[in-house]
Design a protein around this ligand. Structure first.
Ligand code: ADP
Length: 484
């Protein structure tokens, strides 16, 4: 079972208005370890009523929270950051146990999660307005920025801590309370963050975590007029639904939705670097990130060499339980995720794809899948159109730059893209031509708290992290002072 230095970090109740609570009905949802299928524990199965209560508490807590100086809010956030870092080992064990990722990756995510709290603790103090040139001699024009109000967040299981702090950090920094609904699969990371928020001095109602029925909680979050903003990270399908549901109360939305990232290797690329980048971009978190390379386009002249080097690198991955030392690939989140990878492999093979390595469920059983490389991928395959969200690298062949860019852009998604090249003109032209929110040039790893994360097209709205990320939680007020 779970061994934590601080066992109080594992909470099996939700955190609402500064109190640890059960569902009104007493119902529970169980939480499973994806490496074994064993039950870790349970959390309350909450619904609309508890959500309404959490929103009312957030609304009541808002005036006092926004009235604090930015420096006071910053100090609380800074303490939260420090506590997250001080408890990183326990948070990582909790995360690996509920999510499956290797412990080293979980520790990396905890640091990444804390970085958003640290960053927005700093940014809190830099929210500033403007004075504008007046067209009237006797009037003055000013712009201030105010917290938007009560925020709601719905987060996914692939980054159980960072997707929460990336939303809660700017919300709290801006002066907004936030009610969070974590993914069903990974509530414990969220609840542990709440324990630490409480210890850091975040007041009751300012940060609440509800577990349970996604539809019921989401329904209340999107229809309740007190919620001024919803921030969602997850699938495009659910994002569309939440956007529709939010229309009646005209909420501000941040949506970080699906991706289908192209990864282009041009013939002048440093192939070893490209392989290293592809490994990070494709196989991190067992391929379960929205910025994972999904379609790898390799130019004719280097195709075979790249395929051989990538295959050799993939064969060195060590699949295993996340808590076992040396593991570099954990299980997928559940059997549905495994079935999707299996479907993409079968579809690709049926349409002429060649399996270079992997291709089937792993002998460890349960949610494990072999890291897989498939050559001769074509645009009619499922893997070209849908996010696989698993450890499948599909290699497509292309002739020239125009081909590569056209294929890369041939998707409704526009989150991240990557390419490897040396020629300066090619680098500029390609970076500009890709229809995405983020481009990795000669790197497979782009996420950090300082760069603006977000997509174009049906990959979403808004930007998270960075100094732009604060704007999503602020509204502009224009004041016109007459009779001066
Ligand atoms: P994934 O495929 O990564 O699980 P989802 O979009 O299904 O992506 O899930 C992301 C988050 O959205 C999770 O917290 C999940 O519980 C939540 N969710 C799923 N369906 C709904 C819904 N109908 N209303 C509100 N939240 C939902």
């Amino acid at each position: 079972m779970l061994h934590l230095n601080d066992p109080t970090l594992l909470r099996q109740q939700a955190y609402l208005n500064g109190a640890w609570c059960d569902a009104d009905s007493g119902d529970l949802c169980s939480v499973t370890n994806p490496a074994t299928g064993e039950t870790i524990g349970s959390v309350p199965n909450m619904g609309a009523l508890e959500t309404r209560r959490a929103i009312a508490a957030a609304n009541a807590a808002w005036p006092a929270w926004r009235a604090k100086t930015a420096k006071e809010r910053s100090a609380i956030l800074r303490r939260w950051n420090d506590l997250i870092l001080a408890n990183a080992d326990d948070l990582a064990v909790l995360m690996t146990t509920e999510q499956g990722k290797p412990l080293a990756e979980a520790k990396g995510e905890v640091a990444y999660a804390a970085s958003f709290i640290e960053w927005f603790a700093e940014e809190a103090k830099r929210v500033a307005g403007d004075t504008l040139q007046s067209p009237w001699a006797d009037k003055r024009l000013l712009v201030t920025k105010e917290p938007i109000g009560v925020c709601a967040a719905i987060t996914p299981w692939n980054f159980p801590a960072a997707m929460i702090t990336r939303k809660a950090g700017p919300a709290l920094a801006a002066g907004c309370p936030i009610v969070v609904k974590p993914a069903e699969a990974t509530p414990y990371s969220a609840l542990a963050l709440a324990v630490l928020a409480e210890r850091a001095g975040v007041p009751p109602g300012v940060f609440s975590v509800l577990t349970g029925d996604a539809r019921a909680i989401g329904g209340e979050m999107t229809s309740n007029p007190a919620v001024r903003k919803l921030s969602f990270t997850g699938s495009t399908e659910v994002g569309r639904l939440l956007m529709r549901q939010s229309a009646d109360t005209v909420k501000k939305l941040s949506l970080e939705l699906g991706g289908n990232a192209p990864f282009i290797v041009f013939d002048d690329a440093d192939l070893d670097a490209a392989v290293e980048g592809a490994m990070i971009s494709k196989f991190r978190n067992a391929g379960q990130t929205c910025v994972c390379a999904n379609r790898i386009y390799v130019q004719d002249g280097v195709y075979d060499a790249f395929a051989a080097k990538l295959t050799a690198a993939v064969e060195k991955l060590k699949v295993g339980h996340g808590l076992e030392p040396g593991t570099t690939q954990g299980p997928l989140i559940d059997s549905g995720a495994v079935a999707k990878v299996e479907q993409h492999v079968a579809d690709a093979v049926g349409k002429g794809g060649r399996v270079l390595t992997g291709g089937k469920r792993h002998s460890l059983g349960y949610s494990f899948f072999e890291p897989t490389v498939i050559a001769d991928a074509t645009p009619d395959m499922l893997v070209a159109k849908e996010e696989t969200f698993g450890p499948l690298a599909a290699l497509f062949r292309f002739k020239d730059d125009a081909d590569a860019v056209a294929m890369a852009n041939d998707t409704e998604f526009g989150l991240a893209a990557y390419f490897y090249a040396r020629d300066v003109k090619r680098i500029w032209r390609t970076a500009e031509a890709l229809e995405v929110g983020m481009v990795g040039v000669n790197t497979g790893l782009i996420s950090n708290e300082i760069g603006p994360f977000g997509g174009v097209k049906q990959s979403g709205l808004g930007r998270e992290g960075s100094h732009y990320g604060m704007d999503d939680y602020l509204v502009i007020k224009y004041m016109c002072l007459g009779g001066v």
